[in-house]
Design a protein around this ligand. Sequence first.
Ligand code: DGJ
Length: 753
Amino acid sequence: MSIIFDKKTGIITMNTKNTSYQVLINEHNFLLHLYYGQKIHNTNMTYLYMMFDRACAGNPNEVYPSRTVSFNVLPQEYTGYGVGDFRVNSIALQNADGSYGVDFRYVKHEIKKGKYALPGLPASYDNGDEADTLIITIEDALTKMTVDLYYGVFEEKDMITRCAKIINNGQTPVTLHKASSMCIDFPYGKWDLINFHGKHALERQIERRHVSHAIETVGSTRGTSSHQQNPFIILTSQDATEDFGDCYGFMFVYSGGFKAEVERDQFDSTRVVMGIQDEAFTWDLKPECVFYTPEVIMTYTGNGLSSLSHNYHDFVRNNICRGKYKVARRPVLLNNWEATYFNFTDKKLVEIAKDAAGLGVELFVLDDGWFGVRDSDNSGLGDWYVNTDKIKCGLPELIRQINDLGLKFGIWIEPEMVNEDSDLYRAHPDWALRMPNRIPTRSRNQLVLDMSREDVIAYLYERMSELLRDNHIEYVKWDMNRSLSDLWSATLPAGRQGEVAHRYVLGLYKLMDQLTREFPDVLFEGCSGGGARYDAGILYYSPQIWCSDDTDPIHRLNIQYGSSFGYPISTVGAHVSASPNHQTGRSTPLNTRAVVAMNGTFGYELDPTELTEEEKEQIRYQIKKFKEYYHITQDGKYYRLSSIKDESYEAWQFVSKDKTEALLDLVITSTQPNPTLINLKLKGLEEEAIYEIDSKTLPDWGKTFEIVDIDMREDYIVKKEVFSGSALMHGGYTYPWVIGDYPAIQIHLKKIK
Ligand code: DGJ
């Protein structure tokens, strides 16, 4: 059992393979956090704490008249509110008498085999004998407000999950104003905070800074996890690198607004609190009612950021993603969005599909514009019936023709939205989120359906399930193209409007749950104007997410780089698009576009009827290579070999699970005359094994870039060079002098002994 309770000392220790987490139930039933970090063996970590009479500190009644104990100094597992801990709190609430106060003490705990589940919310799961659960109950003696603190301990995975069940066991209603999922104190150490900020077409940009004497907040008030901040943060020791140093990750399994707070206090203790966004949040908790907070997935490693990413990659792939395509190879797709935008007919779609089939594409995806009256993004959302002006033959017939070409058929939907210019809106104007007497704010000229309403969810379930039942649809791209505003629901009284944002997310999860359960063989891909809802909550329902609307491979490198810290490559929707690129106008070689898209789920988003024969040939080769390397890129270990500070190139590497194969990718982002040669130290290989460089790698040498010394190029191609793993990892691999615009080189290595 990974969870041990020592009755004598009141200490509960959670152990994973390499980490320990310890809490103390002290003699006054305070629940204190003692330690989280590298595994410790049979040690009571209370020695880390010393008590003094601290000036301006509040002292709990139990210790009166002693002044040496204060909640403002003690590390707390989950704080109360209004009773003397002046740092960021875990919870905020107002009691029926108007007081803002809750003061928790330990009541009991329970240790169970297996992983807890969260009603109505996505959460990590146990594949059988992987996890244990600890539930610690804390309670306010006066009001009987109770919190069950849940911990899921995945021993072999070095993962500990946390969430809270807040229960009103009192006689009077309570209004929650903040309901965080976890709180943790690090009493010592100087830390860096890493977060992933962004905007549309530039999501998940890494930012790192020293944690200062302030409260740093990373969050979203947009009702979605957002382009602007990802619900994932990392705390590292200030000396941490890819391969060295203390790193703690906090990943939120939630798709709505969130808030992560990091505070370095007066004594240099650092607190991290994570939960749903509390701005404009209230929740009416009547007696006997329960509120579940979403889950936070935590990991610790002393071996740097690569190791932290490996923990998350494995966990998200195996303990968050579900369904057939968690394991099954995802089909190589071609999406018509950048090929046609709204301007297509059934004939044009079949022409595209026909050429796509000839390239080896396996799935044709019909994007926005196939329904209602939808010739632009100003109308039609909500009318999920085929547009017979464009698709004259009807959807079943179009799908039949595409299936006859040997392709699966996939479709785009945006169920949460409605245009005012739609039949749905004309029939149900009250289904859109809007405040009384206020004209709602439009974004992309669309409004948001009130997903907190049961009738809206029931309608959407009916319509979407009918669409999937009546048509042979094997893939769904679930888009969501705006942030939430005008939060007000006609179904809730004035005093409960603060619940709408969270109820929206619960409604969304309910709908996703119903549809993914009923259609387990359909591959769902999440999307939100690109990657605005790139979070572990969505990944629970769809194993891949369209990572960004930015398809310029060079610009996108930074997005995929940032995404890789928390999310595995198997979740990163990435396509080869046309050149010049539609977002930036930049021209890049076709091979470079493919190398970058292979750092994801891989597919195409261009009009194949406009390709030259040579380009078609290259694409056939790319698809063949992608399939050959699938087990390395989607299931192997991923290493970042450069940082975005390396301005002239970006490099990364995959190693297959059994270390017998590796794929090394380099993209030159700024070609230099008379350059310093690029030498990359590979990672994760077997020291003594001998690896051979496969001559058949991307690109097709010499076609898309030139290596300056022609003789060298000949050597480079013809010789199947061999190296030991140790030579590649410690001496590194040196590239020849390559010129041209944005060349990319992909090298496949195979263990030969
Ligand atoms: C935003 C998505 O990210 C795009 O890929 C495309 O599906 C458009 N929406 C369609 O409106």
